[in-house]
Ligand binder design. Structure first.
Ligand SMILES: *[C@@H]1O[C@H](CO)[C@@H](O)[C@H](O)[C@H]1NC(C)=O
Ligand SMILES: *[C@@H]1O[C@H](CO)[C@@H](O)[C@H](O)[C@H]1NC(C)=O
Ligand SMILES: *[C@@H]1O[C@H](CO)[C@@H](O)[C@H](O)[C@H]1NC(C)=O
Ligand SMILES: *[C@@H]1O[C@H](CO)[C@@H](O)[C@H](O)[C@H]1NC(C)=O
Ligand SMILES: *[C@@H]1O[C@H](CO)[C@@H](O)[C@H](O)[C@H]1NC(C)=O
Ligand SMILES: *[C@@H]1O[C@H](CO)[C@@H](O)[C@H](O)[C@H]1NC(C)=O
Length: 843
């Protein structure tokens, strides 16, 4: 257990040691809980494509012809972008021959995963042809494919310069004006490089006297049309994003004394670069790179990058997903940062770094910079001075370029800090699109893929991100490898090892009331007061129509606009519950939003608070313990979110006086004979759990909020009053919500008394084995809904799931109130059972 705490403490210490505005803010503030959780079972309206191949990792969307082209292992597919699962797809089988595969195996490569033709590159070459490259069992091949006929040509091209040998290597490639711009680890030796091929001037990076790239893993590249509307006749540029081993280790204020210190980078080259004439012949003369920081030192492993509005460089910006850089694999967390192109440009126009031979380290270059400025593109002013191309540049400049590829200043995120720091999630890919709302403002909508097959849809707000929903798109946990948005089809395509999924960009009809619609804060959704429905603001390529401007939206704050609107949705039916005095009763109420707080009202007034008068407020209902006649009345369950309140369920509870019963211990009853043994068991269980709980509470205080999300299971979040307040005391409570390995039959009918923070899984070996669980009760139809209780207790015993919450309300919240709670519930449980037997015998 302490082993788990170390990385946390360590990262905490390092975080406080490094200056910077981003690190003063507690990371909790930048975490965001997805508002809705859509598990695989509840997924609807999706299309699925899966051929015989696997590894559907290369996607190319052709909007004009509405085709989605897919590169997989041993195959290429052309799918109908309207509906990828309609069965009208075309397929090219393209696998390495068995001889090639066995040769690959002989070279020591894995014949189960690596010795295949993984298609890594797929782009439009010209009006008639596509261009594709595959690893081809460690002998890369490329082919120009007739897009219409969709068949392989008879002759192939050598792929050595264009495609990685190793299918698992990072790769990014573009075709610009017929030239291939690819960045990956080339050849059998896995040399990192940025290359231009199929071009009159093939170029690559410099290797001597120093490597411009160090063990680089490429993530993304994009062409930014900086020539368009440029007043200085600037050139278009290609930007590359990657991680590499830090050469400047031990220098600057970001020094880390770690052995394999890898950092994120952004590099750029000019499209018009032709290389040097004598110096830097067939090498880039415009290569510059800079460090990309998000939330250092913890988040430095770049996983995905997307660019928005790359067509208009004045507005171009990037989003990047980073994961935690740590050797502790149990810790998963991700960060999202936004970067403006203007900031990247400023860094490339700033001071350079230099390797100082004397002290053998990189430091800021303080000397004079030759003219024209090394690494710049050819602009009008250079042309006017006779520098028509990079080949005309003076030797002095090219010599400088050779030795100064790295800029001194790092690229910092917009506003100097991350937009999101998400615990328990490993993002593997992201994409985004600007969405213009009918009222005018444009919001960036991001789709983030996780390592276990979920998609997070998030809207970027000024201060951070709001995660609209998390959707489980693959039943089997698998890494999301590619994401493509089609505004025309209003679809998102997801590429993963097992297949391709097509999802709608929005599902506004899910929101039934005006409040629900604005609380979602989905820029695609607005409430139409005319039709009383939450509708999509834009459909396909068509911009919003005039009538749509009346739509109610509040992306910024998510709570204004529905005042005076009667569209609160159909009222929930009134359910009646009748119990005997002294019984416990659970009034189920499931909050569809993970951000909502349950609020209970009795007789239309008085918010019931947890722990008061025998009430326990939980994430899935209200538990009334030891009911008294005063508990009778009408109960309303409200969801309180973002200052808005909506009614979810209403109950009419009647507490009947207990009939003068014969002594429960009557010898005639079989249940009663068991009672003393049972009681002994309970006492034993309680005592052990109490001890266990003490140990856990003390050791887990700091781990409180490092929750591991349940994979492939619905994750329950709750934002109670306590967790929001950032409290002082720690309280252990029973677990609600579903956990891995749990039965599925008792949704919402579980034990109550649960409001709070985070679920922590504690390995069984860390604690003494708990006693055998109490025997399950006979199945019963109890009106008080406590049927499911023992199974939940069993889960706690067997799997040691403990809900930890921080609380600072004045209620006695000692670490062991869990045991007290448990004993009380068990006591009641027994009582209820006996009462039920009485009922049966009296019939
Ligand atoms: C991979 O190689 C092993 C050992 O040579 C062989 O037994 C196995 O059949 C091969 N698998 C495939 C899929 O070729
Ligand atoms: C496109 O490229 C292919 C392969 O290089 C070539 O055969 C074809 O003629 C080109 N088509 C056009 C329209 O340029
Ligand atoms: C291909 O998919 C398999 C699972 O089907 C996965 O184990 C493997 O890592 C994938 N390979 C690549 C190169 O993505
Ligand atoms: C650059 O181009 C201009 C006009 O095209 C030409 O007059 C000039 O000689 C060229 N300069 C060099 C150095 O090639
Ligand atoms: C877009 O609008 C035009 C007319 O305004 C209509 O004909 C067309 O069907 C619309 N397209 C879509 C995809 O809604
Ligand atoms: C709520 O109303 C019921 C009857 O309508 C009444 O019996 C009960 O005492 C009321 N409870 C409270 C706390 O006002």
């Amino acid at each position: 257990m302490w082993g788990r705490l170390w990385p946390l403490l360590l990262s905490f210490l390092t975080a406080t040691a490094v200056p910077g505005p981003s690190l003063r803010r507690p990371s909790r503030e930048l975490d965001a809980t997805p508002r809705m959780t859509i598990p695989y079972e509840e997924l609807s309206g999706t299309q699925h494509f899966k051929g015989r191949a696997q590894n559907y990792s290369t996607l190319l969307l052709e909007e004009a012809s509405a085709r989605l082209l897919v590169g997989a292992r041993g195959a290429l597919f052309s799918l109908n972008a309207h509906n990828i699962g309609d069965g009208t797809h075309k397929e090219i089988h393209w696998e390495a021959s068995p001889e090639m595969q066995s040769k690959c195996h002989q070279k020591g490569k894995n014949n189960q995963t690596e010795c295949f033709n993984h298609v890594r590159f797929l782009q439009r070459l010209n009006a008639t042809h596509l261009y594709a490259c595959g690893t081809h069992a460690f002998q890369p091949l490329c082919a120009a494919i007739d897009a219409e006929a969709f068949t392989l040509p008879t002759s192939f091209e050598e792929g050595k310069e264009k495609c990685p040998y190793d299918p698992a290597r990072g790769f990014t490639g573009l075709i610009i004006d017929g030239g291939l711009y690819t960045a990956t680890r080339y050849e059998f030796r896995s040399i990192p490089d940025i290359r231009r091929s199929r071009h009159p001037h093939s170029l690559r990076t410099e290797e001597a006297p120093m490597h411009w790239l160090n063990d680089a893993e490429f993530v993304f590249s994009v062409l930014v049309r900086e020539s368009k509307a440029s007043a200085v006749g600037d050139d278009d540029k290609v930007y590359y994003f990657f991680t590499e081993r830090a050469a400047e280790e031990g220098s600057g204020s970001f020094a880390q004394s770690r052995s394999s210190h890898r950092v994120a980078r952004v590099a750029r080259v000019c499209k018009g670069d032709l290389g040097g004439k004598k110096i830097l012949q067939k090498k880039w003369t415009s290569f510059l790179k800079a460090r990309l920081i998000c939330h250092i030192p913890q988040y430095e492993t770049l996983r995905g990058v997307c660019s928005l509005e790359a067509d208009t460089s004045a507005r171009t910006h990037f989003y990047a997903a980073f994961t935690l850089t740590t050797q502790w694999k149990t810790l998963e967390a991700s960060a999202i940062c936004r970067y403006d192109l203007a900031e990247v440009q400023a860094v490339f126009a700033g001071p350079y770094m230099e390797y100082q031979d004397g002290v053998r380290r990189w430091g800021r270059y303080e000397g004079g910079v030759p003219e024209p400025r090394p690494g710049s593109c050819i602009t009008d002013s250079l042309r006017s001075r006779g520098y028509n191309s990079s080949q005309d540049l003076p030797s002095l400049v090219l010599d400088f370029v050779k030795l100064h590829p790295l800029m001194a200043r790092p690229v910092v995120p917009t506003r100097g800090r991350p937009l999101l720091l998400k615990r328990s999630v490993r993002y593997t890919h992201l994409t985004g699109t600007p969405v213009t709302t009918p009222a005018g403002p444009t919001y960036d909508l991001l789709f983030l893929g996780t390592a276990d097959g979920w998609i997070h849809k998030a809207v970027v707000l000024g201060s951070g991100m709001h995660i609209i929903e998390e959707t489980q798109v693959f039943k089997e946990p698998q890494s999301v490898e590619n994401l493509v948005i089609s505004p025309t089809q209003h679809s998102l395509y997801v590429g993963a090892p097992s297949g391709v999924i097509q999802l709608s960009l929005s599902s506004c009809s899910r929101y039934r009331s005006c409040y629900d619609c604005i609380l979602a804060r989905d820029p695609y959704c607005g409430w139409d007061p005319g039709t009383h429905a939450c509708v999509v603001t834009t459909t396909g390529a068509n911009r919003s129509q005039g009538s749509r401007t009346a739509l109610i939206q509040d992306i910024e704050r998510g709570n204004r606009g529905c005042e005076g609107n009667r569209d609160t949705g159909p009222p929930p039916p009134l359910k009646t519950r009748s119990v005997l005095r002294g019984d416990d009763v659970l009034l189920p109420c499931d909050q569809p939003s993970n951000l909502a707080r349950a609020l209970w009202m009795l007789n239309g007034s008085m918010g019931l608070s947890d722990g008061q008068d025998g009430y326990r407020v939980g994430v899935d209902g209200l538990l009334v313990t030891d009911t008294q006649p005063e508990h009778s009345g009408n109960y309303g369950c409200y969801a309180e979110e973002n200052g808005l309140r909506t009614l979810l369920a209403s109950y009419s509870l009647t507490v009947r006086p207990a009939t003068p019963a014969p002594a429960p211990q009557a010898p005639a009853m079989p249940g009663a004979q068991l009672a003393p043994d049972m009681r002994l068991l309970y006492v034993l269980a309680i005592a052990t759990l109490g001890g266990l709980c003490l140990i856990l509470a003390s050791s887990l205080f700091y781990v409180a909020c490092l929750r591991r999300g349940g994979r492939g299971h619905r994750q329950k979040y709750s934002l109670g009053r306590a967790s929001r307040a950032g409290g002082s005391a720690v309280q252990l409570q029973t677990v609600s919500g579903q956990c891995p390995g749990e039965e599925d039959g008792d949704d919402g009918e579980g034990a109550g008394g649960l409001e709070g923070g985070c679920l922590q899984i504690i390995p069984g070996e860390g604690a003494p084995a708990p006693p055998p669980p109490p025997p399950p009760p006979p199945p019963a139809e109890l009106t008080n809904g406590l049927v499911a209780l023992p199974s939940r207790l069993r889960r706690m015993n067997g799997n040691s799931y403990v809900l930890l919450r921080q609380s600072n309300n004045g209620v006695p919240a000692g670490p062991c109130s869990f045991a007290e709670e448990l004993s009380r519930i068990l006591e009641k449980r027994k009582h209820t059972q006996l009462v039920e037997h009485l009922d049966e015998s009296s019939v």
